[in-house]
Design a protein around this ligand. Structure first.
Ligand code: TYD
Length: 207
């Protein structure tokens, strides 16, 4: 995990924290500045990612370890796929923004599989930036329930409480070269987006 992929930015947070919204808002900022960027997400919409989603939606039943392996396989493809992979986009000079990355596996899959096992499965390069949208579990559950759709596998108060403390552990042990930025997920989405853009401007990534 020592390699750092420059120009690779990830958003992390609990279900309902607002990572998807911020990924999209940052992509819009890039577009406005005519900065070439690729906005993406995990689980992906590729075949392995779709299999993961069918487990999350409880259409397919498997074990926690098999699911952890699927997330890792989806990530390997997400990074290194010879046609669509993130590494190729970075090499072509694009900024890559991902809604979730390996820190989601470390936080979520560790609950049932243990931290060491999940770390072994996720020997992938680190991003340059992690924006962690820190949103209280109660607020996340309120947002998830207000969507009115069936709850997914991990959308449970007790589970998310454990995920939240796992995130804290992971972020206290990040390798050098990774910039970690905590954002208050209870702020307005536009305020958070401005804070993200400000950090990236200070780093010379955005104008
Ligand atoms: P999410 O981005 O929240 O999906 P949606 O667009 O449906 O809201 O991610 C789906 C779920 O997968 C979420 O509960 C977090 C979980 N997850 C993991 O458990 N491990 C992982 O490695 C990733 C990427 C996501």
């Amino acid at each position: 995990m020592n390699t750092v992929l420059h120009n690779f930015i990830v958003f992390e947070g609990l279900d309902g924290a607002g990572t998807t919204t911020q990924m999209k808002l940052l992509a819009e900022t890039c577009d406005r500045q005519e900065r070439s960027c690729h906005a993406t997400f995990e689980p992906t919409s590729n075949p392995i990612g779709r299999l993961v989603r069918s487990v999350l939606q409880k259409q397919v039943v498997t074990t926690p370890l098999a699911l952890a392996m699927l997330y890792a396989a989806d990530r390997e493809d997400h990074l290194n796929n010879p046609v669509t992979g993130i590494v190729g986009k970075l090499e072509a000079g694009q900024l890559v923004i991902s809604d979730r990355y390996l820190y989601s596996s470390l936080a979520y899959q560790s609950v049932e599989c243990g931290f060491e096992r999940i770390q072994q499965l996720n020997q992938f390069p680190a991003p340059r930036f992690i924006f962690y949208i820190d949103t209280p579990v109660e607020e996340c559950m309120r947002r998830i329930e207000s969507r009115g759709s069936e709850l997914e596998l991990f959308e449970r108060r007790d589970f998310l409480l454990t995920v939240r403390s796992n995130y804290e552990r992971i972020f206290s042990e990040l390798p050098g070269g990774v910039r970690f930025v905590r954002l208050d997920g209870t702020l307005a989405r536009e305020t958070i987006a401005r804070q993200v853009a400000e950090v990236l401007r200070n780093d010379g990534i955005l104008d």
